[in-house]
Every structure is written in structure tokens, then in C-alpha cells.
Design a protein around this ligand. Sequence first.
Ligand code: HEC
Ligand code: HEC
Length: 509
Amino acid sequence: MIPGNKFFLLTFCTALFLSGSATAKPGDAVRGKDIYDKRCTWCHGPDGDGAGVAHDRLNPPPRDFTYGNYKIKTSSFDSMAPNDDDVFRMIRDGMPGTAMPGWSDLLTEQDMWDLVAYVKLFAGFGQFTIKQIDFGSQIPSSAESIEKGKQLFEMGDRCVECHGKTGKGNASKRLIGDLGERTWARNLTKPWTFRGGNDPKDIFVRITTGIAGTVMPSFANPRSKKSLSIEDRWHVANYVASLAKADNKVNAGNTVIKAESVDGELPVTPDDERWEKTVPTTFYLVPQIIAKERFFKPSNDTISVRAMYNDKKVAILMEWDDRTKSIPGDDRAERIADPPLMEDSIAVQLPVTIPEEMEKPYFGMGDAAHPVNIWQWKSGTKDTTESINILNSKGSKDIEKRDAAEIGLQAKSSYINGTWKVLMYRPLTTPGPEKNIQFSEGRFIPVAFAAWDGSNNSESGSKHTMTTWYWLLLKPASGFKPLIAALTVMGLLAVGLLWWARSPRKTIA
Ligand code: HEC
Ligand code: HEC
């Protein structure tokens, strides 16, 4: 908190009204303060310094408005102040991938302009002239422009050092924001996580002004060795827009992993080309906040799952973008990680007994009446190889660790350009049915996943991300009608569950 802040504010309120500043729509900062005190202080703090009660549970943290750093602005890189339209847009639409909600359902346009007027006062804006971006003339996207953009993106480590060779945000170094907080370069293959929009024009603006308060630089700054002409920035923007990978996107209605029936042998490596022909189902990974130790600052956000089976075995392939390959003891991994570095890990949770009815899923790690099998893979350390274990769990206090080899459960992994793929496979049936799930065709098998990024906040134990319960179905080769009806019903149920799981209020409650 800055001492004398209130006096400071009052002075600027007066200055603003007297100067009749060049706002897009005149906002009333006095009204704005009332709305702010009611809606925004929880995160941004009563003094606008980002120190609201929820602040230490959020990553990125709520903005400290007193520094005047606006990330998503259309003013030029050497103008600190944003345009009023920029601030308005962030309040109206929110910032995807962060706790900052959009307010258009709760507030009127006028309310939001009043907030713009008020929020800007925290940094004393109002007296500056704002320089605008030069857009030149937009170059429409084309194969040729995308190819030029790709070359510029990769050349001289221009974007790759932070965003990785294929844009997944797998930086070659540890990135820290201006306030000392750990930051990550955006995963450019997931444009729906962009804070400031993902059409080429938005991306052009981000490249041109950079993202204030973070290491993402301006590429219009002529003093930078990496700077780009206007034309080249359009090519790069077209390339970035082309990186969107639809496979990664969650389709809320799709809640069933459909294992394809295969005639011959199953693939035994995660990179086997036959996987590409199967359709993945993608789920959100949300932080584990039920058991201690609760966890609020995740980095993994989605997981895509495919499955195949034949008359002997079932194979499940999990794929997720993780910006860091966490191998404890490896020099490079240790440099990038939050210490202490832990192994990356993924787990599949399945009921020991497949429920007869499509029973309501149960949370956590099972209970006495619903024991679960957890198959957990870990990435290994410099001195040990990757491993897989089975946990038999009847809740977090009753866990038995078992050897996966006992029932022929195996795992193979690959990590390429910021993406883990882990393949787990096992015989359909095993000895000891009271302890091990027995797979059979045409049944809806509850399944859930958990992921650990060992470089992020030392994720391990109960500190991880997870999905809610979904379904695995060994799809009979011939298919049958009742299944299709059941699939539709489950899709609808899932939309409700997902809404619950993703509600931002829940994660900070
Ligand atoms: C649940 C927490 C939360 C609430 C409530 C909240 N914000 Fe935010 N806000 C955030 C976070 C987190 C960020 C930073 C996101 C980032 O850095 O990418 C942010 C960023 C912002 C920004 C910066 C935009 C930019 O371009 O940098 C503005 C402006 C803003 N909030 C205004 C508001 C206003 C006005 C309200 C109340 C109507 C509000 N916020 C309520 C969490 C919140
Ligand atoms: C020094 C590291 C660094 C370099 C170099 C860099 N970026 Fe970024 N970039 C970041 C970080 C960090 C963020 C996330 C900032 C934040 O916290 O919102 C980001 C975010 C982005 C975004 C997301 C914008 C949004 O609306 O969310 C885009 C697009 C982007 N960068 C494109 C590029 C392109 C294209 C290049 C090369 C011309 C580049 N970046 C070079 C670090 C970098």
C-alpha cells in the first residue's frame, strides 16, 4: 500500500474532471469507485494494489493497478498508458486462462466505463498523451505468408527461446515477471487461452507493443536486435494464428473415451502412427482442492486421451502439453524448475469393480464401498528410469502400493517439443479380480486422470491437477444402438459437471 494513497486518488479525480480527459466514453470515477469496492476488491484490493484476499491463491496474480502496467493494450510500446477501450474490453470480456472474469452479464456498459475511469486513477493516468500503433495495411493470411512468418518466428531465437520451437511455451529458460512472479510464455497452439484475442490483428498488436510487466517484448522497438517491420509482424501474426491445434480443445459434450477395437497387435509405443487415426477426447485438468494439501497454482491445463483394445489387451494413450520435462538431477531441468524439482507424473483412476448401473461418480480416491485402481507413471530422475506403479485405494488414508508387473501393466513415454505422451497397457483380464479391474466390451467404465508438473511449485502427492470422472468405453466393433442414446445423455450431464468444475468462484472459495 502506498501511504497517502487516498489523497493521491482524490487529487487525480479532481484533475480528471477538470481536464475533461480524452476518454472514449466519459466514465464517472466516483460511481466507478462504488462499483469497484463492491466487485473488484476481493482480488485487486481496496487500494488497487492487487493485494485482495484471494491474491496469494492466483497465478497470474490479480493486477496491481498502481504500477500502471496494462498487459493487453493497443497503444504503442513507448506509451505506458492504455487506451480506455483496452481497459473496457478486459473488464467486459475478462482474461481467459486467468481468474479475471468478464463482467458483461453483471454490469451495464456505463458501469464498466465508470470502472475504467476509476481503475486508471490508481496509476495516475489521465495526463499522458497516448501514442497509437501503426498497423500499415494488414496482410491477409496465405500459405506463403504463414511460411514467411514461421521463418521469422524461428530465426535468431526470436520467439523460440520463450515459446519453444512449435509454440507450446516450453521456454529454454526460467521466466519471471516484473514483480518477481514466475511466468510462462503462452502455449500458442491453444489460442483460446490468449488474454487479448486470437485473430491475426490481436496477435499483431501483442507482438507490436509486447506485454507490459512481463518478459514478452515489443518487436516494434527499433532498439531491439529482434525487431520486425510492420509487414513481417503481419506474417508472424498469420503464422501464430495457424498454430491452433483443435485436438487440444475441450468439447464439453464429449465425455467418453471410445477405445477402438483392433484386429492385430496393439501399438506398444506412444508415437506409433496408428494413434493418429483414433479420435482423442480432451478434458480440463483442474487443481486438486479437496484433500490437503490444497493447490491453487497449476500449470497443466488439459489432457487428451485415446484408447485401443484387442482380444487380449487394452492400451490407453495420454497426451498433455507440459512446458517442462521434469527430470530431477538433470542440470537444465533443475535450472528451469521451482525447487525442489519433482518428477512429472500422470495417473489413471479406475474402479476395481465396474458399477452395474451408470452410478453417480464419486470424488477423491475411492472409498471402502468403491475401491479404485490407480495406475501412476513417473518420469524418472537422472539416475532412475521412468516407472509405473499400482495403488489400490479406498480413500486417501487406505492406500496399498503394488508392483505393476504383477498383472502385466506397462508404460512407455515420449516427450517432444513440450508434449508428454504416456502409453499404458495391460491384459483385459487378470488374476485377482477382487483387486484389479476386469475390462469388458460395451460397458461404461468410470475413469479419471491426475497430472503432476514436477517443475511447477514442486507438484507431488496431493498437489496436482485432476479431471472429474468421465467414461471409458471399449466400443464393440459392430456398435449397438442403446449405446448411442446413453452417450448423448452423458454428454448433457457432463456439461453441468464441467461448469461446476471450472467455476472460478469455486477455486478461490
Ligand atoms: C477473481 C479475481 C478477480 C476479480 C474479482 C477481478 N479481477 Fe481483474 N484481474 C484478475 C487477475 C488475476 C488479473 C491479471 C491477469 C493477468 O495478468 O493475465 C486481472 C487483471 C485486470 C485488469 C488488467 C487488464 C490488462 O490488460 O492488464 C483490469 C483492468 C481488471 N482486472 C479490472 C477488474 C475490474 C474492474 C474488476 C471488478 C469489476 C475486476 N478486475 C475483478 C482477477 C480478478
Ligand atoms: C523473452 C520471452 C518471450 C519472447 C522472446 C516472446 N514471448 Fe510471447 N510471451 C511471453 C510471455 C511470458 C507471455 C505471457 C505474458 C503474460 O503473462 O500474459 C507471452 C505471450 C504471448 C502471446 C499471447 C498474447 C495473449 O493475448 O495472451 C502471444 C500471441 C505471443 N506471446 C507471441 C509471441 C511471438 C510471435 C514472439 C516472437 C515474435 C514472442 N511472443 C516472443 C514471452 C516471450
